[in-house]
Write a protein that binds this ligand. Structure first.
Ligand SMILES: Nc1ncnc2c1ncn2[C@@H]1O[C@H](COP(=O)(O)OP(=O)(O)O)[C@@H](O)[C@H]1O
Ligand SMILES: [Mg+2]
Length: 317
């Protein structure tokens, strides 16, 4: 099993909800032992993809294999290989932490002894052993997320799926969860996580796929994607008398947008672009009425990655 190069293979995954194509012909593979990020804005199709990868939702088209087990033909074997922390928790709040773990352990066919051993191990590592007999209802969000994590890995899966696992967590719970994930990964577990946080993807993942409007728009190392992010910084400027947008293409400007009487110049070099704009104003004998800089924008990065015309200067009204 471990000789297989890929822990996960998805090919041509497609899912529609009525007229909406939530996931559109998505294909990618995840290497053994990799931390793979699935990054995209809200509504991009991350959860729908994850649900298809984990056998919770049947695709309209396409296939998934987990550790070489095809979900269509070997669902149970594939499921034994995976742990899942869904977007909305599936832990039972009226049960205690121990009971939740016992229930999940039994689902995966673990023996009573093994369940007891894993419960002690996991709850101690997660700082919840003292609270093991308390109902989950009395837990904070961070504590509940830790229990979800424990349930997801009780059977020692070789691939762990997490849907925006750090969303809404306090800094401490977030750190603890990330440390647990890294530790699990060091022991060889492959990690697939969805996020809309580019910083998180950057910090954790070896490779990141970017999904927007159901389509995979990029798959690369986070450093490479980061440069796309940096290109989304912008300078907003207006002139008196007004200039033509064409005049502003050049220098480090990758795209010019008009917004009322203002131009938004996208660039990876804010400082150079301010100088560039000042030079143009001087050359043309016009005054700068307003000038403002804006930091990188994730939404804009998704748009840029989606557009095929990411090179050269594009003018959009
Ligand atoms: N069960 C469903 N029925 C109808 N539309 C859905 C359903 N699940 C998701 N969608 C739609 O599919 C799109 C992708 O959703 P989702 O995969 O949850 O995105 P993400 O997790 O990236 O925020 C959204 O437009 C969402 O409204
Ligand atoms: Mg989601």
């Amino acid at each position: 099993m471990t000789s297989k190069a890929y822990a996960l293979e998805a090919s041509h995954l497609t899912k529609s909800f009525g007229a909406l194509k939530a996931v559109d012909d998505v294909s990618f593979s995840v290497y053994q032992g990799e931390i793979f990020g699935f990054l995209g804005p809200n509504g991009a199709g991350k959860t729908t993809t994850l649900r298809m990868l984990t056998g919770l939702l049947t695709p309209d088209d396409g296939r998934v294999a987990i550790q070489g087990f095809d979900l269509q033909t070997s669902l149970v074997k594939a499921k034994m290989q995976m742990g899942v922390i869904p977007e909305v928790g599936t832990i039972y709040v009226d049960l205690t932490a121990e009971q939740n773990l016992a229930l999940t352990g039994r689902y995966y066919g673990l023996s009573r002894e093994r369940i007891a051993q894993r419960t002690k191990e996991l709850l101690s590592a997660l700082g919840l052993y003292d609270r093991r007999a308390d109902r989950v209802r009395t837990y904070s969000k961070g504590m509940r997320q830790r229990i979800s994590f424990a349930c997801a890995i009780i059977h020692e899966p070789s691939v762990l799926f997490m849907d925006e696992p750090t969303e809404g967590l306090d800094v401490q719970s977030r750190r603890l969860l990330i440390d647990m994930v890294l530790e699990l990964n060091r022991k060889g577990c492959t990690i697939f996580l969805t996020t809309h946080n580019i910083e998180e993807a950057n910090a954790l993942c070896q490779r990141v796929a970017i999904i927007n409007k159901g389509r995979l728009v990029a798959l690369d190392r986070p450093e490479t994607l980061r440069s796309s992010f940096e290109k989304t910084q912008s300078v907003e400027v207006s002139f008196d008398p007004p200039l033509d947008g064409d005049a502003l293409c050049g220098g480090h400007v990758s795209k010019v947008e008009t917004s009322g009487d203002k131009f938004i110049l996208y660039t990876d070099d804010l400082h150079g672009t301010i100088e560039y704009v000042t030079d143009i104003a001087r050359q043309r004998g016009v005054r700068i009425l307003s000038l403002r800089t804006r930091g990188p924008s994730l939404e804009e990065a998704f748009v840029m990655l989606t557009e095929s015309t990411s090179r050269g200067c594009v003018i959009n009204d």
